[in-house]
Design a protein around this ligand. Sequence first.
Ligand SMILES: Nc1ncnc2c1ncn2[C@@H]1O[C@H](COP(=O)(O)OP(=O)(O)OP(=O)(O)O)[C@@H](O)[C@H]1O
Length: 233
Amino acid sequence: MNESIIDVRNVEKKFYIGTPNELQILKNVSLSVKKGEFISIVGASGSGKSTLMNIIGALDRPTLGEYVLDGNPIQDMTDNDLSDTRNTMIGFVFQTFNLIARNSALKNVELPMLYAGVGRKARREKAEQLLELVGMEDRIHHLPNELSGGQKQRVAIARALSNDPAIVLLDEPTGSLDSETGEMVMNIFHKIHKTKGTTIILITHNNELAEQTQRIVTIKDGYILNEKINANL
Ligand SMILES: Nc1ncnc2c1ncn2[C@@H]1O[C@H](COP(=O)(O)OP(=O)(O)OP(=O)(O)O)[C@@H](O)[C@H]1O
């Protein structure tokens, strides 16, 4: 029960912006996250949080070092394997919601299940259940532009959960919301963590939200500056 689901080992990430210019963004980063942990990553703007999140989310590969995702070294996976793993294992929630504008809330939540080959009826039922879980059951046919920011984010959360991901990655999920709505969204994450045992990683600039998680990892200039454990959580 206590094994790592995420194991980032001595990872470096460089971006090449035309030879000979290279930017080293992550420097010798190692981070293990246990199954069912809820942690946060904090740090100044530009410190490398999203770059690390992209590696953890298998959206990008490290330049150097290893990343073992649920026991599988990602360097041994083809791009196709990696995208299948991503679609079934990982849910993403971003600051800007990233909903498809022409699709209803229901269709937005159904889409990852369509890609995963889930049949029409099962897709519909699951999407309805998830929209109910996030308190959006009375808005399932609304288009994104007919929803408030907090409502859009709740749809995005339902979508992130549609393939029962073991891991949910949250990149500033409350960054566009007022503090009350942000707190409500945060409570949905606590509920998911408690009821589904999902491993959750939250990137945030909000210390109050970070303090609600079991471990706070601080990144500075591309390296891990320190980690704080909230033993009471
Ligand atoms: N594809 C890329 N090519 C070149 N540089 C990049 C690329 N992606 C990110 N960077 C640089 O890497 C650095 C870290 O970016 P990153 O988005 O990881 O920071 P962050 O900590 O998430 O910042 P913020 O809190 O502002 O979102 C920045 O200086 C950014 O310009």
